[in-house]
Ligand binder design. Structure first.
Ligand code: 13P
Ligand code: SF4
Length: 322
């Protein structure tokens, strides 16, 4: 009985997408059924950088973003003429929440000699205040470029990603002290013990994780980079330190490989295995259908903010196309 309902909701969504000339863009962390639907209907499943690029280049009238609020806002900033809907307006991100525009703006004013580089996981207002927007897949390249040009950097909001980029590039970076509540919970001690149990395994780590966890990695990279590592590397077992929603795609690209969740338990842990973003988990098939049927949860952004933020995001898209 349950299966019949599931098929029927997916069929309803497909026909609503078609009727409204709408496209579904999903992040790798949302549920597998949403990722499959995006793929089957000519939409996209990807990391935050390619989600932004795809929305801008597609010719749909409506973009539906299955992810979190900043992803919907980025899509709207890049395609202000399109309708952009999200499945739940309360689906946010701790990095975005940790960086309110008023405080951030003061911080920028105090360090006006620095180029302002912000992670995509921020509000439209914070992006509008920045010189550059970057994603996890592009941060190293952009900061290296700015460093080579002699710029000092003000970085926000993720302190772990900022520190990783600083170590890799040697750039002069002043870091805002935000963190991702999901990646911050990975535990280095427990990961070391797990590595010892699986000495042949390759350890994949998203750079939003703490330094001690990054230090244990064989590969550090964006969600796309981690998926590609599972597909392309010869190891048969992978320990994965990022949101476990990514396993859906990893299984699809390498069905015979073994994937193990990096531990979130261990010294100082507050959960057994909490490697799943509560905001990403707010995206469901039911909410997608409701959003389409009612044309609800539309993203709206002030015109000036849109124009300013567009400038700093577009720089990134142009730069990463080279
Ligand atoms: P990616 O840009 O690697 O997809 O990461 C987005 C994100 O929110 C990670 O927590
Ligand atoms: Fe934000 Fe972390 Fe969730 Fe990504 S996983 S959306 S960084 S809270």
């Amino acid at each position: 009985m349950k299966k019949i309902n599931k098929v029927s909701i997916q069929a309803q969504i497909k026909s609503a997408l078609q009727a409204q000339n709408a496209v579904l863009v999903a992040h790798y962390y949302v549920s597998g059924n949403l990722q499959d639907l995006a793929q089957e209907t000519g939409g996209l499943v990807s990391d935050s950088l390619e989600m932004a690029r795809f929305g801008q280049n597609c010719d749909a009238d409506t973009i539906i973003v299955a992810g979190v609020k900043f992803m919907g806002e980025t899509a709207k900033i890049l395609s202000p003429e399109k309708t952009v809907l999200v499945l739940d307006k309360n689906a946010t991100c701790s990095l975005d929440e940790d960086c309110p525009i008023e405080d951030f703006s003061k911080f920028c004013d105090q360090h006006s000699d620095r180029k302002i580089v912000v992670y995509a996981n921020t509000s439209a207002e914070v992006k509008a205040r920045a010189d550059w927007v970057v994603t996890s897949g592009s941060a190293l390249k952009v900061v290296k470029h700015l460093h080579e040009q002699g710029h000092k950097i003000l970085w926000a909001p993720d302190k772990h990603l900022g520190r990783y980029v600083q170590n890799e590039t040697d750039a002069d970076m002043l870091l805002w002290q935000g963190a991702c509540v999901v990646h911050e919970r990975f535990k280095a001690d427990a990961l070391s013990a797990l590595k010892a149990k699986h000495p042949q395994a390759c350890v994949l780590v998203h750079p939003e994780s703490p330094q001690a966890v990054v230090n244990l990695a064989d590969v550090v990279g964006s969600t796309t980079a981690l998926i590609n590592a599972v597909k392309d590397r010869e190891e048969q077992t992978f320990i994965v330190a990022t949101d476990n929603g990514i396993f859906h795609k990893m299984h699809a690209v390498a069905p015979h490989k073994k994937l193990i969740e990096a531990p979130t338990a261990g010294v100082g842990a507050d959960c057994e295995s909490c490697a799943h973003c509560e905001w990403m988990a707010m995206n469901t098939l039911e909410k997608l259908l409701e959003t389409l049927n009612n044309q609800q949860n539309e993203i709206k952004i002030d015109k000036n903010i849109t124009q300013q933020a567009q400038h700093s995001i577009q720089k990134l898209l142009d730069f990463t196309e080279k």
